[in-house]
Design a protein around this ligand. Sequence first.
Ligand SMILES: CC(C)(COP(=O)(O)OP(=O)(O)OC[C@H]1O[C@@H](n2cnc3c(N)ncnc32)[C@H](O)[C@@H]1OP(=O)(O)O)[C@@H](O)C(=O)NCCC(=O)NCCSC(=O)CCC(=O)O
Length: 338
Amino acid sequence: MLVIRPIQESDFDALMLCAEESGHGFTSLPVDEEMLKGRISHSVESFKKAVTAPGTEGYLMVAEDTETGEIAGTTGIEAAIGLDNPFYSYHISKVVHHSRRLNVHNIVEVLTFGNDYTGATEVCTLFLRPEFRGGLNGKLLSKCRFLMLAEFPERFSDVIFAEMRGVSDENGNSPFWAWLKEHFFSIDFTLADYLTGIGQKGFIADLMPKLPIYVNLLSEEARAVIGQVHEKTRPALKMLEKEGFTCRGHVDIFDAGPTVECLRQNISSVRRSFTATAEITDHSSAQDYLISNTDFAGFRATAAKIGVDQERNRALISKEVANALHLVDGDSVRLVSL
Ligand SMILES: CC(C)(COP(=O)(O)OP(=O)(O)OC[C@H]1O[C@@H](n2cnc3c(N)ncnc32)[C@H](O)[C@@H]1OP(=O)(O)O)[C@@H](O)C(=O)NCCC(=O)NCCSC(=O)CCC(=O)O
């Protein structure tokens, strides 16, 4: 059984393995010891912090196999981005060039550089090691964050978004970046992505084109990938779309991958989740649920078959699930059907 829990300092080697396996373009997990250690300690501090409004907290969690102790993947939430480091994106908008006299009506798209998501909550760092993919594991990693958003709303913004990895090849070359590089930068996408991942984003402000860019002036290859996701990221996008996330015209400034967003209260799993009292008992329910405890610092979530007694507002859970979530009879749990 996989259980989600906050990352600990002792998970460093496993986090490094996830960083290595996640490959190019996975900005939030660069293969960089100092940065990964920094992310772990920042998360440990964030989980301990008493919070009444979202700030610079970053919550990083891992999925642990309860039988082997192996770490299967990562999942994260940044409470409010852009407060200490600027967060950039391009917004795609339309401009009409019209001449009645010549009977010409051209609709062109323009990319505008900005910081529109400043203060919003980002769900991020979703990675499941290949041997653990399929079944309910990916859904557990992605959706456990929505149980957290529902249970602890004061820690998060009203707007939740995710930056989806854009198109790049197996060597890390991005067609969008190739165009930007040719005209504005002289460094490779992998280096730009790495510098961003380790928080050294100053070069963006220095070198990025600040004036709007007409999309029809970009190379055909660059235009073709605007708003497209990396093939390995399609399942992640599908899960967010099913929750109600949509792209409202923002794309990543390096690989042009889409940014998707949803109001917290409109996320399907936030809306559908409910709390109940845990009752540890044998049951015969065949319904899969995502279930978490309601302890923030000791947050734990898993996917399991749960019996729900609506009249008594009880969640009937097996001993194994109770142990995985550190629950005793009578504890409060939050759950949502899968
Ligand atoms: C994203 C995960 C964790 C998902 O795990 P799994 O692959 O086991 O998921 P799954 O349950 O098999 O699939 C989830 C849903 O996607 C559908 N699906 C599967 N393959 C698909 C494809 N090629 N195109 C479209 N949909 C697809 C499945 O049918 C299922 O839909 P149904 O629900 O209908 O059954 C994994 O694939 C992964 O680690 N990918 C590589 C890393 C990555 O690119 N991560 C995202 C980076 S971007 C990021 O981190 C921000 C986003 C975020 O944090 O959420």
